[in-house]
Each structure stands twice: as C-alpha cells, then as structure tokens.
Design a protein around this ligand. Sequence first.
Ligand code: FEO
Ligand code: CA
Ligand code: CA
Ligand code: CA
Length: 596
Amino acid sequence: ARAADNKGSAFNFSEVEAGVDDKHHLAEGYDADILLRWGDAVLSGAPAFDPTKQTADAQSKQFGYNNDYVGFIPLDGSSEHGLLVVNHEYTNPHLMFAGLVQVVDGKIKQGALSKEQVDVEMAAHGGTVVEIRKTGGKWQVVTDGKYNRRITANTPMEITGPAAGNDRLKTSADATGTRAIGTINNCAGGVTPWGTYIMAEENFHGYFSGALPEGHKEAANYKRYGVPEGAYEWANFYDRFDLSKEPNEPNRFGWIVEVDVMDPTAAPKKRTALGRTKHEGAESIVAKNGKVVFYLGDDERFDYVYKFVTSAAFNPNDRAANMNLLDSGTLHVAKFNEDGTMQWLPMVFGEGPLTAENGFTSQADVLIECRRAGDALGATKMDRPEDVQPNGVNGKVYVMLTNNTRRKADQVDAANPRAENAFGHIIEISENDGDFTATSGKWEVLLKCGDPSVAAVGATFSTETTKNGWFGMPDNCAVDAAGRLWVSTDGNNNKATGRTDGLWAVDTEGAARATSKLFFRVPVGAEMCGPLFTPDDETAFVAVQHPGDGGEDWSGHGRPSYYEDLSTRWPDFKSDMPVRPAVVAITKAGGGKIAV
Ligand code: FEO
Ligand code: CA
Ligand code: CA
Ligand code: CA
C-alpha cells in the first residue's frame, strides 16, 4: 500500500531530512551496510590496510580510491550472487597521505608527492571486479573469488576499432599504436547486455604535464581537450605523462574501455569506435532489431551527447559472438532543435563536413578528434552531459546535465534554457517509434534543478516536492527494474547551504512527474556516485566518493592544493584511520523490494 501523501508517486518511503554532518543518513526502515572501503582486500594475499604503510604492491590487491561507477553482473542469473564492478575515478593525496598538507596562517601548502606515493596513486586508479554474495540478507565480499581483479593505471590494455594502429596513437613504448598502458579517471561506465564491464575514461587531461614540441600537429587537438592540465605529479616520474617527451600519449586516453570479467587475465580493450571524449559513462540497451545502443555524455561545458549503434545484433545465446560488437558501428552526436525534435547526426568519415577539407583524413581522425567532429556537424552545446540512461520500461532516455555557470544569456537555447546554470537539468528523450537506433526523436526538459523556493532559480520540481526533495547538479543515475529513475548528485555538499549530495527518487510518470524525494545522503565533503539496483530491486549499491574533502585552492601554485574536512572520519570513525571512500549496500530491513 502506498503512503496516503504519495499523490501517485511510484516511490513509497519516508524521505530523509536534508542536512550536513559527519555521517550518512538513510530513509527509515532501510539498512546501509559498508561493503567495500578503500584499502579493503580484493585479491587473496592482500595485506590488511595500513594507512601508515601504503605501497603500490598492497594497493594493487586492495580496493582502489574514489569509487564512482558501480555495476552488478549476476552469476548464474542470481540477484544474490554476482560480480560487483567498481570504477576508481581519481585520487585525493591530501586525504590519502597524512602530513602531505599543512595549513600555515590559514594558507594551504601541499607538499610534493614522492615516487612511492605516485605509485600508490596509480595503483589506486582504475577498477575493481569482485565476487559478492548475499547471505542471511547481508552482502559479503568473496575475497578469494576466482574472477576478482584489480585494474590500474598500469594494466596492459589493447586498443581496438577504427583508430587502432593509427600513427597518432604510436609512442616510443608502442610502435604499433595498439597497446596502451592503463586506464585513468574512470567516472561512470556500464555493463553490456553480454556481461562485460565498461569503464569510461573522463578527465584524462589532468594527468599530463609539460609542453608539446613547438608547432606539433596535436596542438589544436589537445587544446580542445584541455591537455595538459597538470593536476597530477605523475610526469615527474613517468615520461609518458610528459608531452615534451611522449607527445602522442594523450591520444591513448579518453576512450571507452571494455573488460571481460569472466577472464581476469584478458587485456581490457579501448574501443575506439565509441569516440574519444571526456566520457562520463556508457549505458546501453538492446533495440528492437537486436542492435545494441550505447548512450554517452561528454562532461565538459558546451560539449555533446553521443550514441553508438552496433553494426551487428546482440546474440543472447552465444556470449562469445558479442565480444567484438563494440568495434564496428555508427557513432552519432545529438542536435536538440528548438521545436522539441532532435537529430542524431552520424559521425562518419567522408560524410557531410567530416572530410579532408576540414582536416579529417580517416575515421580514426573523426574518432580521435571526436569533439571537433561534433563542432563541424553543428551538434548542440550542452550544460555538461553526465550520465545518459536508457529506460527499457518506458522507452525513454534520461540525460543528466550537471551545470554550466559559464553559459551567457545570449547562449541560451531550448535544451539549455538557463543562463549561468548553477544547478543543472534533466532532459527526457523519446526516440522515434520507440526505436533506440532511430536517428531522430523528440525531447523535453523533465526537470530544471535547484531550490524551488527561490524564484530566480527557476526550478521545476513538482509542488509535492518538499524542502528535502529538491537537488542540484544531477550526475549519475539509475533506472531500477520497475523503470523508476534514481538520481545521484555532485556538488550540493556545502556547509553554508546545510545540504549534502545524495540519492533522490524522481518520478517521471503521471501526476507525480518531477516529484523528487531524498532517499540517502552522504557525509560532509562527499559526492554520491553509483547508484545501482540489483535485478530484484532488493539492493541498491551506492558509492560514497571523497568523504571529508574540504575543497580546493588553485592560487599560487601550478597545481591545486586541497583542504581536508576533519569533522568526519567516515566510515570507520577511528582517529588512526583516514576517511575512506566506500561502496554501501542498501537493503530494506527484513528484506523486500526497495521503495514499493
Ligand atoms: Fe566524473 Fe562527470 O563526473
Ligand atoms: Ca565523480
Ligand atoms: Ca560523474
Ligand atoms: Ca560530476
């Protein structure tokens, strides 16, 4: 039975009160159990986590830092036994290494990292594949699971698809342009219909330092991607992150990476057919004709939404037949028209403006300079596209647009309707004839985010939405088995406003459309990532990223310095243990489906 005040909402739970403190908070009647923390053992033989004795060798066997995307691949079709796949997006050395940051006279000073610390950082990046099992209603990690794996910034990878072997991908370590080392800044991702794990490489520009040789042919390409940003110190110890020494290395990042979780020895594959951008994620769905459609956001102000349609159909009866589906297909970029229609423009070398006259000499060029190809095609410049999630129940697609405070009043369009868009919005796409492979469709704004009690913000939450239920900065999202939309946020964590990031349940259907309720909120300093529901809707996995992060300061340094918020020691609450990012398993007390 639904609560009497639900007004047709598809969600039934008592919402959490918004606020900010050192703990996480969850709707009444649910349990939130810490499943995996940074440093927990993932491989057998991993040493117990000791923050005072961190080594790359230990870290490469332990759960990595800053858990972001969470996926679940059932084993034997079970919702209670499977492989949890988790991205480790980035590292926060100021939270990882005690004593690195000193605050002198209120000014922050962050010391240089040693090679050993950089090596720990590199091992803390990438992803984790780990077997988990629910016993007596509680999830446990199977630390000796035969599929368990850590993927890091040093894991050997293959480069496949149309750009593989291109001269622009060749380096002194790899004259073939087909063998990359490692993956970095994996934000969101996906699980394919054939049960592989997708890691999306996002802000790769931060890892590169140094200057390209004068007049180098990649200069315009790198400028479009903000390379190099120099936020990390890896180039001090590894030449491949120094543009002056290895000018093509940045072309080997910014890809979609596919991992065969059933073979822990298999090299992950960078699938160039899906383009090179700052990929947020790659969520997919099987279309009516059996082809598989991947939706991709490029998380940058004024960048684009993409979709990739495989050439061949998915074969549900033969896993092996699907293992190279991601090497051939058509990438499209979205154009949102003012009248609520849209086109998906194919990004095919030789078609339209994607020709030699415009500097594209092959499909590899189109994919390596995916953003410039989108520019040439006249795609719509969006307010930071994050997760893009197809909904197989209602046939729609949801686009999280996190914010864009740099959009000027004369740059507003129907799909990005607010100048200085501080709180972001969500677009709902209806593909023509409900066909996910369609090259045209319709769209509307589901929600303009922000505080509805401040008229100037222009938020469009329903009037049923309480003071706890509104949010800004949508980022990751999930659709559960019932077809309900759940949105997690990045950027609401603010002591001044008294709110944190969290997980919100957002109605999309009927009279309750655009009603939002707060289900879970994170401790101070953290961002909410994940979320992911098991196929039985009885567990929601959420990822608490960078708890205790106190903000950054770029003044007076070539690199940023960061503050630590010492008011939380989540999740251990021990004085000798640092804050630790962690994945949390949420279940209903006593069992059952969530929020029904
Ligand atoms: Fe890593 Fe776009 O959030
Ligand atoms: Ca993030
Ligand atoms: Ca994100
Ligand atoms: Ca974000």
